[in-house]
Design a protein around this ligand. Structure first.
Ligand code: NAD
Length: 449
């Protein structure tokens, strides 16, 4: 039986030790989910909605406890962690409205009528990364449950605590949470024929293996993968606003964010002014003890990940300026701005997944779009301009799934979320998300005598 010790990334102290599930434990959970599936799909839609609202209320009464677990086990700033726990409640409440709205169609046909039904796909395997343990868990499980499926979820090895606790608050059997290794529990969910859909969020590399595994069983799969998104600042933008918000588009969650806008593209004529405004904004990011209410950025998740991030800023790297980070124990890394950077610099081409951003000038709109699209990824992006026509033109031209104009915000649970190109396959969230957890059944009823 393998054990895993969760470390507090801000102190390097052990938080707790968990037993990791084995392949046999995963099979047993799949067996329980299959039994629960028969009961859950038979629950009347209104009653299922009520049970989801009860689940949301249970999460709501544990927001402080869940936030505390995320501060200790993931190093998230406490304000962010409280928001994340509240977000789980909100996502459950939003999807609690959908069981009664899984409405089929009536299609005109000669000799009778044709109706469609949305049937649950069955059992869903949910595989979650370590960067946003609560939100990403909620985005998969809430619409899956609302559509009448059961869920077996595997949190990331490094950050299992909040998902395990939320699983304890759920209806038994309907949602099960199995902490364990990706290569054991995750792989078993992919390989087990009774699991009918995989919702995977993580790296593009593992996502590609998961997709190949699902192909063997013709299993449905949603992939939410990596990103290398651009924040495009035009000369006609409100530069103060663009510079003040840019740190939060990339340094939130210490840059461990698939939507991090880690390439800032600035029109050349305002580059110097932008950098003048950007420097105090970066230095003003409050980096420190995640448990203290004013903290905006905490540590990186692990020593290994800090080493990975630091490799993008070798000695002699073009550091324009940096924010601060505490000394002493903890996996700290300061917000770091690189400029000017070469187009072949790995910090410019690869997903760093840490608080490192590059700044690159461009001359005109066409060049901004070309640079923004010069990446295998396409997840997020921001555009700052005062020209509405340009905002829409550029938003349509950038090959990415989620964009914001004159704002750094990215994900909203009531709008669809997902990536272009190697950033993913399929969409989560938004009003149609439960449909992706159903199969459409088409029934012809003869009416001729
Ligand atoms: P990862 O790919 O290493 O792991 C993700 C999950 O997959 C973990 O739970 C892991 O245990 C599991 N896993 C590993 N091997 C597996 C296998 N063979 N079969 C099944 N499951 C397996 O990613 P990570 O390091 O945890 O997360 C960081 C990555 O996630 C970044 O690339 C980031 O951009 C991406 N991400 C994407 C989104 C999005 O919505 N697009 C959101 C958050 C993170």
């Amino acid at each position: 039986m393998s054990q895993f010790t969760v470390l507090n990334p801000a102190t390097e102290q052990a938080v707790t030790t968990l037993t990791q599930a084995s392949a046999e434990d995963t099979d047993a959970a799949i067996g329980r989910a299959a039994a629960a599936q028969e009961r859950w799909r038979a629950v009347a839609p209104g009653e299922r909605a009520g049970l989801l609202r009860r689940f949301a209320a249970a999460v709501d009464s544990h927001v402080e406890e869940l936030a505390g677990l995320e501060v200790a086990g993931s190093g998230h700033p406490v304000g962010q962690a409280r928001w994340e726990a509240g977000h789980v409640r909100d996502v459950l409440l939003y999807y609690s409205a959908t069981p009664e709205r899984l409405i089929g169609k009536q299609i005109p046909v000669p000799g009778g009528l044709n109706v469609t039904f949305h049937e649950p796909v069955g059992m869903v395997g949910l595989i979650v990364p370590w960067n946003f343990p609560m939100p990403i868990f909620a985005w998969g499980m809430a619409p899956a449950l609302a559509a009448g499926n059961t869920v077996v979820a595997k949190p990331a090895e490094l950050t299992p605590l909040t998902a395990v606790r939320i699983g304890e608050l759920a209806l038994e059997g309907v949602l099960q949470v199995l902490p364990g290794k990706g290569s054991v529990v995750g792989q078993r969910l992919v390989d087990h024929p009774a699991v009918r859909k995989i919702v995977f969020t993580g790296s593009t590399e593992v996502g590609s293996q998961v997709m190949a595994g699902c192909a063997r069983h013709i299993k449905r799969v949603t992939l939410e993968l990596g990103g290398k998104s651009a924040n495009i600042v035009f000369a006609d933008a409100d530069l103060e606003r663009a510079a003040a918000t840019a740190p939060y588009a990339v340094f939130d969650n210490a840059g461990q964010d698939c939507c991090a806008r880690s390439r800032i593209l600035v029109q050349r004529s305002v580059l110097d002014r932008f950098m003048e405004l950007f420097e105090p904004a970066v230095k003003g990011v409050a980096v420190g003890d995640p448990a203290s209410p004013g903290t905006e950025m905490g540590p990186l998740i692990s020593a290994a990940h800090r080493q990975h991030v630091a490799a993008y800023v070798p000695d002699g790297a073009p550091v324009a300026f940096r924010g601060s980070a505490p000394d002493g124990p903890g996996f700290w890394y300061p917000p770091t701005v690189l400029a000017p950077v070469g187009a072949d610099d790995p910090a410019y081409t690869e997903e760093v997944f840490g608080p490192v951003v590059t700044v690159t000038p461009f001359d005109d709109e066409a060049e901004a779009v070309t640079i923004a699209n010069d990446t295998p990824y396409g997840l997020s992006g921001s555009i700052f301009t005062s020209d509405v026509g340009r905002a829409i033109r550029v938003a349509r031209a950038v090959e990415t799934g989620n964009l914001s104009v004159n704002s750094h915000s990215s994900v909203r649970y009531w709008t669809p979320f997902g990536g272009f190109k190697q950033s993913g396959l399929g969409r989560e969230l938004g009003p149609d998300a439960p449909d992706a957890f159903t199969e459409t059944k088409n029934v012809f009823i003869a009416t001729e005598p």
